[in-house]
Design a protein around this ligand. Structure first.
Ligand code: NDP
Length: 265
C-alpha cells in the first residue's frame, strides 16, 4: 500500500463508530493523522474509541456522540474538534444507513426521513466544518455514496433516488469549493460487510446458516462479479485516497467500489 504521512493533519469521520467509518478512522490513525469520529449510540462509540486506542496507543482521537441530523449537535462536534485540534483537513461524510422499500410501501414520512438523512447527513457536517476546511492547505471532503445513485433498485426506491441527488450535490460542491482549494469527491459502493448487514443477517438468515454461507448466497443472487461482499477496509482505502493529497488533482469525481456490479460503461 502507498504510504503517506498525515502527521499534524486532522480527519473527521461521521459514523466512525462502526463498519466503513471505523475502518477509515483506522487508516487515518495509521498514517499519523489526528482523528475525530462521531455516532449516535454512546456504547458503540465508546467501544470504537477503546478499540482504536488499544490499536494505536497515544493516538490523537476524539469520539463524540452526535446525530448528523441535529444541527446543534453537529455544530457542537465541530467546536469540539476546533477546541481539541484547532483544524480540520479532511471530512468524511459517512454516517447513515439504507432503507429497503418499494414505491408502494414508502409513505410520505419515510420519503422525508430518507431524503433528510441522505441530504442533511452531508449538508450539516459540511456546513459546520467548512470554516476549518477553508483554512487548510490541502482540504478534502469525501462522501460515502452508493452505486444506487447510478443504478437504482426498485426495492430501495427512496435510497436510490436520494443517492442520485447526493451525486449531484457532490458535483456542485466540488465546483463551488474548488477556488477555496477544497476538493469534493465520493465513493459509490455496492454491498460492504458492515454493521447494517450484520443486523440483517441476524434477522434474515436461516436457522444455523453461517455468515459466510448467507453472504455468499446473497452475492450469487445479486450477480456480484467478484463473487463476494466488499470489506469495510476496501471502501476505506478508496475514501483514504480521495481524502488525502494522493488524489490532489481529482475533484467532483467518484470511485466505484462495487465488486464490478455497475453495468454501464
Ligand atoms: P454501519 O451500520 O456499520 O455504520 C454506520 C455508522 O453511521 C455507525 O457508526 C452509526 O452509528 C453511524 N450513524 C448512522 N446514522 C447516524 C446519524 N444520524 N448520525 C451520526 N451517526 C450515524 O454501516 P456501514 O459502514 O455500512 O455504513 C456506512 C455508510 O455506507 C452509510 O452511509 C451507508 O448508508 C452507506 N452504504 C453502505 C452500504 C453497505 O453495503 N454496507 C451500501 C451502500 C451505502 P450510530 O448508529 O451509533 O449512530
Amino acid at each position: 500500500m502507498i504510504q503517506i504521512d498525515l502527521t499534524g493533519q486532522v480527519a473527521v469521520v461521521t459514523g466512525g463508530s462502526s463498519g466503513i467509518g471505523l475502518a477509515t478512522a483506522e487508516l487515518f490513525l495509521r498514517a499519523g493523522a489526528s482523528v475525530a469520529i462521531c455516532g449516535r449510540d454512546a456504547d458503540r462509540l465508546a467501544a470504537a474509541e477503546a478499540a482504536l486506542n488499544a490499536q494505536f496507543p497515544g493516538a490523537q482521537l476524539l469520539a463524540q456522540s452526535c446525530d448528523v441530523l441535529d444541527a446543534d449537535a453537529v455544530a457542537g462536534f465541530a467546536k469540539a474538534v476546533q477546541d481539541r485540534f484547532g483544524r480540520t483537513d479532511m471530512l468524511v461524510n459517512n454516517a447513515g444507513q439504507g432503507r429497503v422499500s418499494t414505491f408502494a410501501d414508502t409513505t410520505d414520512e419515510a420519503w422525508r426521513e430518507e431524503l433528510d438523512l441522505k441530504y442533511f447527513g452531508v449538508i450539516r457536517p459540511t456546513r459546520a466544518f467548512l470554516p476549518m476546511l477553508r483554512d487548510a492547505k490541502h482540504a478534502a471532503i469525501v462522501c460515502v455514496n452508493s452505486l444506487l445513485a447510478l443504478q437504482p433498485e426498485p426495492h430501495m426506491v427512496a435510497t436510490s433516488s436520494a443517492r442520485a441527488g447526493l451525486l449531484s450535490l457532490v458535483k456542485s460542491l466540488a465546483t463551488e469549493l474548488a477556488p477555496q482549494h477544497i476538493r469534493v469527491n465520493s465513493i459509490l459502493i455496492g454491498i460492504v460487510e458492515s454493521g447494517q448487514w450484520r443486523r440483517r443477517y441476524a434477522t434474515q438468515a436461516k436457522p444455523g446458516q453461517s455468515w459466510e454461507d448467507w453472504t455468499g448466497e446473497l452475492a450469487r443472487s445479486k450477480h456480484i462479479p467478484l463473487g463476494r461482499f466488499g470489506l469495510p477496509e476496501e471502501a476505506a482505502q478508496a475514501l483514504f485516497y480521495l481524502a488525502t493529497p494522493l488524489s490532489s488533482y481529482t475533484t467532483g469525481s467518484h470511485i466505484d467500489v462495487s465488486g464490478g456490479v455497475a453495468r454501464h460503461v
